[in-house]
Design a protein around this ligand. Structure first.
Ligand code: NDP
Length: 241
């Protein structure tokens, strides 16, 4: 897949899946614009692949819209940034629920809205990939807010695909299983939790960030020209077990 001459906006490109995606895109010719939180990550990414970086806290709706407008125009959008906070359902603080919704569901909506407005205004086609999770389908303990935010992202993906697909912009989601990134360390470092999880994955390992990035690039590319509105497991078969 050749992305030469294409400009791709990747959120959460500082670490993990977003960083792997940004690097793979750059290796295949794309110019990357990165939106993320930590300036140090953006600086090192700029050094590595020449990506332009915009630092913002995606929990802030107005700042998110300003950052999106600053980042545009872009040919493609990867809505990857996401966060988690663990709490049992009975102890889940409302503040955590709101924060996860703001970062994992509201921010992707805002960034996609500005991206799509720009494409539609110019009469140009496009593609968006939202990075969701198998958590949208599975009720993992201590993950209520995260599961809810990813369920919202899947539903939003379908509604966006229906509206924006008619304007030449395809919208899809990838739904990875546990992927070896800093976030996974936060959620899955306890072997009592991760071992049974691993046992349910027929291919026998957690995902490497590059294994998710490959699917994101495919869905962005013209090779996926007939794919619109899907939520694609990248889970080594977890969902069939
Ligand atoms: P990481 O925590 O490794 O990286 C997330 C990136 O998003 C970081 O660069 C982070 O910046 C940025 N980010 C997070 N919150 C904000 C915020 N409020 N404002 C701006 N930037 C922010 O996560 P992953 O790479 O693991 O996750 C990427 C996506 O994949 C997420 O949407 C996640 O839900 C999803 N996912 C991850 C799985 C996993 O097991 N790792 C499994 C399934 C889905 P900073 O560090 O500076 O805050």
């Amino acid at each position: 897949m050749d992305f030469s001459g294409k400009r791709v906006l990747v959120t959460g490109a500082g670490k993990g899946i977003g960083r792997a995606t940004a690097k793979m895109l750059a290796a295949r010719g794309a110019e990357v614009v990165a939106i993320s939180r930590s300036q140090a990550d953006l600086d090192s990414l700029a050094e590595e692949i020449g990506a332009r970086g915009i630092a913002v806290d995606l929990a802030d709706a107005e700042a998110t819209r300003r950052a999106a407008l600053e980042a545009l125009p872009a040919d493609f959008l990867v809505n990857n940034a996401g966060t988690t906070a663990l709490a049992s359902f009975l102890d889940l603080p409302v503040e955590d629920f709101d924060m996860l919704y703001a970062v994992n569901a509201r921010a992707p909506m805002i960034v996609a809205q500005e991206y799509a407005r720009d494409r539609v205004k110019k009469g140009l086609p496009g593609a968006i990939v939202n990075v969701s999770s198998i958590s949208s389908w599975i009720g993992f303990a201590d993950h209520t807010a995260y599961c809810a935010s990813k369920g919202a992202m899947d539903a939003m993906t379908r509604a966006m695909a229906n509206e924006l697909g008619r304007m030449g912009i395809r919208v899809n989601a990838v739904n990875p299983t546990v992927t070896l990134t800093p976030m996974a360390v936060k959620a899955w470092s306890d072997p009592a939790k991760s071992d049974p999880m691993m046992k349910r994955i027929p291919v026998g390992h957690f995902a490497d960030p590059d294994e998710v990035a490959e699917v994101i690039l495919f869905l962005l590319s013209d090779r996926a020209s007939m794919i619109n509105g899907i939520t694609m497991p990248v889970d080594g078969g977890f969902m069939v077990n």
